[in-house]
Design a protein around this ligand. Structure first.
Ligand code: CP3
Length: 333
């Protein structure tokens, strides 16, 4: 078993494996070099040679315990025939959603469109760099994907007033997503993903009264499906206030906490393995502070099954040497 599986499945507390959200990304000069020559981000995700190479880049530099496949949660709307672009200094920009096209999508058409993602997973999981490590696949949670599909760009601090107006549309999108996210999870698992992480980046935008419909019910369905494949699932409901409730209702195999969660409280409240938490901005400070902060998390969770990670993705302006130092701190702990 790999160290991350030991923590998640066997609840081991004597080791603290580490991987980092967005570990293959813009803070690495070798990524920026490939990216500069590949201005179309979707095309890059669909180039299995390059996306597998990018996935392995951080493992060549650092002793991380997992590879996370270089792809994006928005590859699923792309697979459903919605146009997706990534604009420089803006982020994702989606085209209008054609519901008829999406709901009539054939399963084999969808998997054909995303085939390079599965091919890249196969390459990565068979590479020597991932032996005794975990290969992580992922999906966006239905709620977060629906936000992108309707809003067509990242929401800022809140949703537009009329977001929930078309209930029929919302219900249909949720059903389509539930179906195709399961297909996407299954294909990733069949091609080498040993763990699935579900990213719900916009969970924090919802009122608690709407949690059951948009977060709990659809996420629970994905979590149970993934468990039925015998694959552990990690959930990351970024920005919610009550992680304890979430864990009790969803019961994933592990929970990833964001940087606003008080780790002391989480350690008391949460009974399942925990991942993440440290603010990515800590990596922009100095070594002394980095050591202090990383140790704070390691100390708090020393008797809890804990996977070191950040409380959101690593920032592009991070110095790669600081990441090196962080891995050393965690490994020497
Ligand atoms: O973690 C990894 O290394 C694996 C790859 C990965 C990416 N995106 C690559 C990426 C993963 C797991 C994601 C998930 C993702 N994508 C989320 C959930 C996690 C989170 O950050 O909240 C979301 C909301 C997206 C959608 C998305 N993709 C946005 C909003 C953006 C633009 C903002 C940004 O960070 O640049 C992207 C682009 C993106 N996805 C990049 C990478 C490496 C940057 C692309 C570039 O080089 O310009």
């Amino acid at each position: 078993m790999s160290p991350i599986q030991e923590v998640i499945i066997n609840k081991k507390t004597s080791i603290n494996p580490i991987w980092i959200m967005r570990q293959a990304g813009r803070y690495l000069p070798e990524f920026r070099e490939i990216r500069a020559k590949n201005p179309d981000f979707i095309k890059l995700c669909l180039n299995h040679k390059l996306s597998s190479e990018i996935t392995l880049q951080p493992l060549k530099r650092y002793n991380f315990d997992a590879a996370i496949i270089f792809s994006d949660i928005l590859m699923v709307p792309y697979g459903l025939n919605q146009k997706v672009e990534f604009k420089k200094n803006f982020g994702p920009l989606l085209g209008d959603l054609n519901l008829d096209k999406a709901s009539s999508m054939q399963e084999n058409k969808f998997t054909e469109r995303l085939k390079p993602v599965y091919k890249a997973l196969e390459i990565v999981s068979n590479n020597n760099l991932t032996s005794n490590k975990s290969t992580i696949g992922f999906v966006g949670a239905p709620w977060t994907l629906m936000v992108y599909m309707i809003n067509k760009q990242s929401p800022k601090l809140k949703l537009k007033k009329n977001f929930f107006d078309d209930e029929l549309l919302i219900n249909k999108i949720l059903l389509i997503l539930e179906k195709f996210l399961k297909i996407h999870i299954k294909c990733q698992v069949d091609n080498g993903a040993q763990i699935i992480q579900i990213f719900d980046s916009w969970a924090g935008l919802l009122d608690v009264k709407d949690f059951s419909k948009y977060i709990y019910n659809p996420t629970l369905s994905l979590v149970e499906f993934t468990k039925s494949l015998n694959v552990p699932v990690i959930c990351f409901p970024k920005g919610i206030k009550n992680y304890k409730n979430y864990c009790e209702i969803i019961n994933p195999d592990a929970i990833c906490i964001d940087y606003e969660v008080d780790p002391l409280q989480a350690n008391k409240d949460i009974k399942i393995p925990i991942q993440g938490g440290m603010d990515p901005k800590v990596l922009l400070t100095d070594k002394e502070n980095l050591k202090k902060e990383a140790k704070r998390y390691l100390d708090i969770f020393k008797d809890h099954p804990y996977i070191f990670n950040l409380g959101h993705g690593v920032l592009p302006e991070t110095d790669p040497n600081m990441m090196d130092y962080l891995v050393k701190i965690v490994k020497d702990y």
